[in-house]
Write a protein that binds this ligand. Structure first.
Ligand SMILES: O=P(O)(O)OC[C@H]1O[C@H](OP(=O)(O)OP(=O)(O)O)[C@H](O)[C@@H]1O
Ligand code: HPA
Length: 225
């Protein structure tokens, strides 16, 4: 992600959720009625996500707040994280009277079918990201799982000759042979479980759920394609 050794050393793993974490009982939280029976537990409640995002926004502002920022949102999974992160960056920037400007661009990658990464990783668009040339780019991605999307994206972005590239990942999954490198800004490192909600989907379902949850076997069967 960044080639700066000092910056690499400053990278933090974020909140590390241990393998034994079974999540919170669904009865303790409010969630859409139409997903009753489709979820196993609330893994990360919405309020915790929002608080963590404020901390990431603070770290990003400390590091690159004196530059103008070109934010590249990775769709579709990244739309909520990107929106909340940029709002928090802007709010904190206003309260410190910084002159930071943010511009948001979007890119779409797709590779998952059911809960599996497929070989068919493709960029749905846009092809031309020449607006990134010479800019400080912050890639905003909801989850780094196998790391394939992130690697492809970094390679693609580098071809447009940005001045600097940093990556913010809300979730990083601990998987065998996963991403070799952490994103520059990490929300949570999570166990190897398929999670949904906060714009993360299972075949397009659950993006409308605010908490990050673990899908149940019933849910997987119900929405399988
Ligand atoms: O690290 P990886 O194993 O590559 O997985 C991470 C990617 O998978 C998901 O995208 P998906 O391809 O499902 O598209 P979507 O965001 O439109 O749902 C997610 O939003 C990440 O972009
Ligand atoms: O756990 C996940 N959930 C939703 N989408 C994903 N894309 C990669 N991993 C995941």
């Amino acid at each position: 992600m960044s080639t700066d050794m000092a910056a690499d050393q400053r990278k933090k793993p974020g909140v590390v959720i241990k393998d034994g974490w079974t999540g919170y009982s669904l009865e303790l939280f409010n969630y859409p009625e139409h997903y009753k029976g489709d979820l196993e537990c609330v893994y990360i409640p919405h309020g915790v996500i929002m608080n963590r995002i404020e901390c990431l926004a603070r770290d990003i502002l400390e590091d690159i707040g004196h530059h103008d920022m070109m934010v590249l949102c990775v769709l579709k999974g990244g739309y909520k994280f990107c929106s909340d992160l940029v709002e928090s960056i802007k709010a904190q920037s206003r309260s410190t009277n910084s002159r930071l400007t943010t511009r948001v661009e979007f890119i779409r990658f797709k590779s998952y079918l059911n809960d599996q990464s497929t070989e068919d990783l493709h960029i749905i668009g846009p092809d031309d990201l020449s607006m990134l040339k010479g800019k400080n780019v912050l890639i905003v991605e909801a989850i780094v799982d196998t790391g394939k999307t992130m690697r492809a994206l970094l390679q693609h972005v580098e071809t447009f000759q940005p001045k600097m590239v940093k990556v913010a990942g809300l979730l990083v999954k601990r998987v065998p042979h996963g991403a070799a490198e952490l994103p520059d800004y990490v929300g949570f490192v999570i166990p190897n479980r398929f999670v949904v909600g906060y714009a993360l989907d299972y075949n397009e379902y659950f993006r409308d759920l605010n908490h990050i949850c673990v899908i149940s076997e019933t849910g997987k069967q119900k929405y399988k394609v």
